[in-house]
Ligand binder design. Structure first.
Ligand code: P6P
Length: 332
């Protein structure tokens, strides 16, 4: 008998205090937007939805038409739900806030509507990444306080991977679950129950074209992996689409790294809507996620578009990275 995402949420609702009907109503907005985005991506080459929208976003990046569509779909489907107090998107300079009746507006959602969108024109996997927080109740907190919460305050997080199949991978802090979109019934169906990241894998994933710019200890670590110093043969895999590279790491183990570079001394990836949600998924699946020396989930965000270095993967690979920092002589 199949279990849909909606059934899973309703079942979990009985076990966790905060997941009132609001929570499943909120998540239905997310899955509706995901299906709208998926439908556009599936016909990308045919319905004049590829290519650029002729404008740039806050990141100064050229927006793809699908970026704009995905962002608007999420803003609409989530914004019409009274339980949403604010939305933060990679595509918007500032948070989008809503005036809600007293007692409403319990949640804040941050998302990257279409990560890796530059890959669409070459038919490579792209993804939507999201995090859900409770709005801070105390009267002293400004709206921004609710948005700038550390990753360990997430009540749920996950991503949608638009690939050969479309998958929703999700955690509410009680394990990681994967749901595959069944196009014949238009529902996300449980396909990966209680996902666990292998303690050790055989892939490392990093854009090595930037290696000359990496801090020394990153270069030593990569050399360590290449010569299988830790006794494990590794192959390199890098798609250049974060959700796809992370999803492979979740399923197969190994490690994904985006180190600081000359162009991005703070790292390229975003803390709020890329590193934090993936770090929660990784840790819930038994893996680790650090910014090079401390846990991603413990970082106190300073700004909604703040960047961070990211090293995420199996416990063995990430602890090896930390060992090399603490005892550089290990790398010789
Ligand atoms: P680079 C895509 O633009 C993205 O934000 C992530 O999806 C991906 O991991 C990264 O950038 C790739 O960056 O510098 O290797 O092209």
């Amino acid at each position: 008998m199949i279990t849909t995402f909606q059934q899973h949420i309703l079942h979990q609702q009985r076990e966790v205090p905060y997941a009132s009907g609001d929570f499943s109503w909120l998540l239905s907005g997310l899955t509706l937007a995901a299906k709208m985005i998926e439908a556009k991506i599936r016909c990308a080459g045919l319905c004049n939805i590829v290519g650029t929208a002729g404008q740039t976003n806050i990141q100064g990046e050229t927006q793809q038409k699908l970026d704009v569509f995905a962002n608007e779909a999420l803003l609409h489907c989530l914004g019409v739900r009274d339980c949403v107090a604010a939305l933060v998107s990679e595509e918007n300079d500032e948070p989008v806030t809503f005036d809600r009746p007293p007692g409403e507006g319990k949640y804040v959602i941050v998302f990257d509507p279409l990560d890796g969108s530059s890959n669409i024109d070459v038919n490579v996997n792209v993804g939507t990444i999201f995090s859900i927080y409770r709005r801070k109740e105390d009267e002293r907190s400004s709206g921004l306080d609710s948005v700038l919460q550390p990753g360990n305050c997430q009540v749920a997080a996950g991503y949608v991977l638009y690939g050969p199949s479309t998958m929703l991978v999700y955690t509410a802090g009680r394990g990681v679950y994967g749901f595959t979109l069944d196009p014949t019934i238009g529902a996300f169906v449980l396909s990966h129950d209680r996902m666990q990241m292998p303690e050790r894998g055989k892939y490392y994933s990093c854009n090595e074209a930037n290696a000359a710019q990496f801090p020394e200890h990153y270069r030593s670590y990569l050399e360590d992996l290449r010569i299988s110093k830790a006794g494990q043969e590794y192959s390199s895999r890098y798609i250049g689409s974060l959700v796809a590279d992370f999803h492979r790491t979740l399923l197969k183990g190994g490690v994904f790294l985006y180190p600081p570079t000359a162009g991005h001394p703070e790292g390229k990836l975003r803390l709020l809507y890329e590193a934090n949600p993936l770090a929660l998924i990784a840790e819930q699946a038994g893996g680790l996620a650090i910014n090079g020396d401390e846990a991603i989930l413990n970082l106190q965000p300073r700004g909604i578009h703040q960047r961070t270095p990211l090293v995420v993967g199996g416990r063995s690979e990430v602890e090896r990275f930390l060992d090399l920092i603490r005892e550089p002589q290990l790398a010789r």
